[in-house]
Design a protein around this ligand. Sequence first.
Ligand SMILES: [Zn+2]
Length: 209
Amino acid sequence: MREGNRRFVSEVRSQHMFASEARRNEVAAGQEPFAIILGCSDSRVPAEIVFDQGLGDLFVIRVAGNIVAPSQIGSVEFAAARYGTRLVVVLGHSQCGAILATIEQLRQPTEKQSRNLHSIVDRVRPSVEALLATDLRHDPDALVRDAVRANVRVSASHLRHGSEVLEELIEQDGLLVVGAEYSLETGVVDFFDGFVEMDEPRLATEAGD
Ligand SMILES: [Zn+2]
């Protein structure tokens, strides 16, 4: 995944090959995605493009604020159990609108928000609330930065501990759930949560970048 992101950042993309007719025919018969991505719906962070992957490579779930609700857990369970995928990446990003909206809502609560939108803000709220109680509240940029990462950590932890199916796969079958942040400014993905250093070379090979 890191290798793919490096290709994206340096604009050496292989996307056309990954989406070729031959590849389409190959995956029409069945898929074996090597990673499950739970990312934000933001139009600037399409998982396949920022990791330079093609058809059949990634099983992607996108929802504003990369939050974890039952249907997201179900999607991860489905892919991990059915396709044997053993890497889950929760992918947040800088300047996430869902984080900004949550901060706004906590600072100036408004009744105007729809109930459905509220259900997203509610999932992000605990991460932001904890930070608003610290000195970070005086530093808007740092607050957003830390809130993005805190929200990724919460989602990753929720996936690790919020499902018996996933817990079992983690303990017995090597399923790995990690957290990462994509920088809108540089295009670089920083894997900051859940990676065990000694595991990296193995992952790099297994993940087929
Ligand atoms: Zn976002």
